[in-house]
Design a binder for this molecule. Structure first.
Ligand SMILES: C[S@@+](CC[C@H](N)C(=O)[O-])C[C@H]1O[C@@H](n2cnc3c(N)ncnc32)[C@H](O)[C@@H]1O
Length: 291
């Protein structure tokens, strides 16, 4: 009885797989030891040689992890402009809309269809710490409020504009703004950030997206207060060998279109490893007016 109580979820999973002979013995070593969790949805990454038994394996994980109602698994890479993840439902409650709680905030999200990276938690926390009172923050890729709702919830004096192009994600963004009681601070806007971003307004711009285009860097610069400048947080992916950053591109744009601005500081922060040798990073780029 004592050992029953002490068993971890993964020990329970292994034991069930063995005793119920869910998969051949030579595949036991491939069972994932960990999983991601968004609200009550558990996300597995199953090695392809486990796929013939994916639903049975999903059932075992579902029954062994107390806080999980649903199991889905990753079948491919995140796709398209709207960053739709490639997940497949495996077991449990087929409704994948769930309430995720983090950093004093609540997020409604469809874990099957919208990205919310657990690996970005430290960056969400860092942003909360970086923000100063009364800032005006533009989130150009707001999704369900992943990066910017924690800022508004934890800083009652800041104003945020969050832009989201995917109508499905936008529904959750609007709902999350209301649910967190930040309607006075946070204006969600549906549309393409190239078209609907404010001008001459922001002290800080969040650009949490892989594949940022040059015209979006121009929009970000135009959104900064022309008399004060501000900070751009520009996210990207880089391999070990590529020590690229956005400084050169932004300097070129400044020379061509924003002669009253200059780059005064660039800080590169690694957020997470996304594949062997590939990192998700963010460049904090301080833009100052030339006096
Ligand atoms: C990967 S999510 C990132 C969420 C959050 N920024 C983060 O870093 O955790 C990127 C979001 O940007 C949205 N998006 C992509 N292109 C956009 C555009 N041109 N205008 C507004 N939103 C856009 C996508 O629909 C998606 O919801």
């Amino acid at each position: 009885m004592t050992s029953e109580l002490k068993r971890t979820p993964f020990q329970t999973i292994k034991r069930t797989i063995r005793t119920q002979q869910v998969i051949p013995k030579d595949l036991w070593a491939f069972l994932p030891r960990g999983w991601k969790r968004i609200g009550t949805v558990g996300i597995l990454e199953l090695n392809s040689n486990l796929h013939p038994w994916k639903h049975q394996i999903g059932e075992v994980y579902l029954k062994s992890i107390p806080e999980i109602d649903t199991i889905i698994h990753k079948v491919g890479v995140t796709r398209k402009t709207i960053r739709e993840p490639s997940y497949e439902y495996l077991a449990g409650n087929p409704n994948t809309i769930t309430l995720h709680k983090e950093l004093g905030c609540k997020f409604w999200i469809d874990a099957l269809k919208i990205t919310f990276s657990n690996g970005n938690h430290a960056e969400r926390l860092r942003m909360i710490k970086e923000i100063r009172p009364c800032e005006t923050i533009l989130d150009m890729f707001a999704c369900v409020g992943n990066l910017s709702i924690p800022i508004a919830v934890n800083h009652s004096s800041v104003k945020v504009i969050g832009i989201e192009i995917n109508p499905y994600a936008f529904q959750f963004l609007k709902k999350n703004v209301q649910m967190n009681g930040i309607e006075e601070q946070y204006q969600p806007i549906k549309g393409d950030n190239r078209i609907v971003s404010p001008k001459n307004w922001a002290s800080r711009v969040l650009m949490g997206y892989f594949g940022i285009q040059r015209d979006q860097l121009c929009v970000a610069l135009a959104s900064l207060r022309s008399d004060k400048g501000g900070i751009l947080h520009v996210h990207g992916l880089a391999g070990n060998q590529e020590k690229t950053d956005f400084r050169d591109e932004i300097n070129q744009i400044i020379v061509n279109s924003f002669p009253n601005f200059q780059v005064t500081q660039v800080k590169k922060i690694t957020i997470k490893t996304v594949a062997a040798g590939v990192h998700h990073y963010v460049d904090d780029i301080t833009i100052s007016p030339i006096k």
